[in-house]
Design a protein around this ligand. Structure first.
Ligand SMILES: [Zn+2]
Length: 458
């Protein structure tokens, strides 16, 4: 995520188990996500009318039981649920807080596959995330002429039932119907069914909070990507001339980043720019961007070279490899994306300009009373200078510590080893130490957890 205001410039197996209000195990969000099963695929059939803001949905989660389950939970808030089916048959369910509890007639045996279908309708709306600045409500953002679902880190379940944590990635089919004259867009490859219905396929696993649905009036245009990659951008209809040139940098940076840290992990890429109408309802969102899988979404004031590179870098770091828990791991997700804005400077202006940009920020931080140690943050500080600036400087220092070749080899290998999964800070330290031949624990201890700003390696 790129947030307006945070910039470099400014700085048991034998028993059937019931899980009651117990999360997936992330201390940052103790109630988020669920244990006992894994969602493998989501099939979302959505019908949304911007004029009435009513969403009608039929969502099927295909999953597998990790152990015998007499009941299990999914994250889901709001809406009127009209029917829940398990493996094609109506099933007993109850709702409490943000959990939908399913009680199968007979326990689901460990290892069994299941299909959970939920039919519901209602008017989705914005919610105040515990991790975002007060007033920056997100979730289902309605604006004149459309809506956009923007959900990091914990709001996907405010519009579809899911296991809402990056520890449980899944593939997606999203089928959206709209009234005549609207476009609907989601992650992955677009298959148009009719003028009022479109289907998107995301065949590689992604996090629930990086699922995107946007409805409005958009025009798509293709851009030639490196190595035959399909790059499709979606911009507000009538604004093609404004954005076509500004988005051209993406193809070059895709080539640059793929060469540095490994092949792009998905089969499509593009960006979506929201219309100015979003500024009227959410000023902060208008200047922010989010790395929704394969298709980052940008507020109209956020389209800039650095931010384009930031969100692209997240496709590797954050989407292909995600956090294990938000508070301990977001620094390497946001830190690397923020660091990649300096890589964009290096690509366009050379190594000296890259060093100058990074050292200017290091100087600013050195003159402030507190080091922005990034290694562990609370929910309220997830999207703060700690993770962005502290994290970016940690990557910059690591490159100076181990050299260019071993630095990029570390990033490449870390992504490769944890592809389409989650990783931890310890995993990253392990790869960096192995690749460099140095014991980097003291280095990372100082940069991630030290009370004082460490010395920059020569
Ligand atoms: Zn970011």
């Amino acid at each position: 995520m790129f947030l307006k205001g945070i910039t470099i410039a400014t700085l048991s197996a034998c028993f059937a188990v019931a899980f009651a209000q117990q999360g997936i195990g992330d201390p940052t969000f103790p109630h988020l996500g669920n244990k006992g099963y894994r969602a493998e695929h989501y099939d979302l059939k959505l019908n949304y009318a911007p004029e009435t803001s009513v969403l009608k949905a039929d969502v099927t989660m295909s999953g597998s039981a990790d152990q015998d389950l007499s009941s299990f939970q999914v994250d889901f808030a709001g809406f009127t649920v009209t029917l829940v089916r398990l493996n094609g048959l109506p099933v007993q369910y109850s709702r409490s807080g943000d959990k939908l509890t399913i009680k199968p007639t007979k326990p689901l045996p460990k290892g069994s596959k299941f299909r959970l279908e939920t039919l519901y309708f209602g008017k989705p709306d914005v919610v105040q995330s515990a991790a975002l600045p007060a007033g920056m409500k997100s979730g289902w953002i309605r604006f004149a002429g459309g809506a956009a679902a923007i959900c990091e880190p914990e709001l996907a379940h405010t519009w579809f039932p899911c296991n809402d944590h990056p520890l449980n990635k899944a593939t997606f089919d999203v089928d959206i119907s709209t009234p005549v004259g609207y476009s609907a867009i989601s992650n992955g490859k677009e298959l148009r069914i009719s003028p009022t219905r479109v289907h998107f396929v995301m065949d590689k696993p992604g996090s629930t909070c990086m699922a995107l649905v946007v409805v409005g009036k958009f025009t798509s245009f293709k851009q030639a990507g490196p190595n035959g990659l399909s790059m499709v951008n979606y911009i507000p209809t009538g604004e093609e001339a404004i954005y076509a040139k500004r988005l051209a940098v993406d193809a070059k940076f895709m080539e640059f980043l793929s060469a540095k840290i490994g092949a792009y992990p998905y089969s499509t890429y593009g960006v979506l720019v929201l219309p100015d109408a979003v500024s009227k309802v959410n000023m902060l969102m208008a200047g922010s961007a989010l790395e929704t899988t394969t298709l980052p979404v940008f507020g109209p004031q956020a389209v800039a070279d650095g931010t384009l590179c930031h969100e692209m870098a997240h496709q590797w770091m954050g989407n292909c490899v995600s956090v294990t828990n938000w508070g301990d791991d977001l620094w390497w997700v946001e830190g690397f994306a923020q660091y990649s804005e300096w890589l964009q400077v290096e690509m366009t202006e050379g190594k000296d300009a890259y060093d100058k940009a990074a050292l200017a920020v290091f100087g600013q931080v050195a003159s402030s009373p507190h080091w922005l140690k990034p290694g562990h943050v609370s929910a309220a500080d997830l999207f703060s200078e700690h993770t962005y600036i502290g994290g970016a400087l940690t990557f910059y220092a690591l490159r100076r510590q181990i050299g260019d070749e071993k630095f990029f080899q570390t990033i490449h290998q870390f992504i490769d080893e944890h592809k389409f999964s989650s990783a931890t800070t310890q995993d990253l330290i392990g790869v960096a130490s192995k690749v460099s031949g140095q014991d980097l624990k003291p280095f990372f201890d100082a940069w991630l957890f030290g009370e004082a700003l460490p010395k920059m390696p020569q």
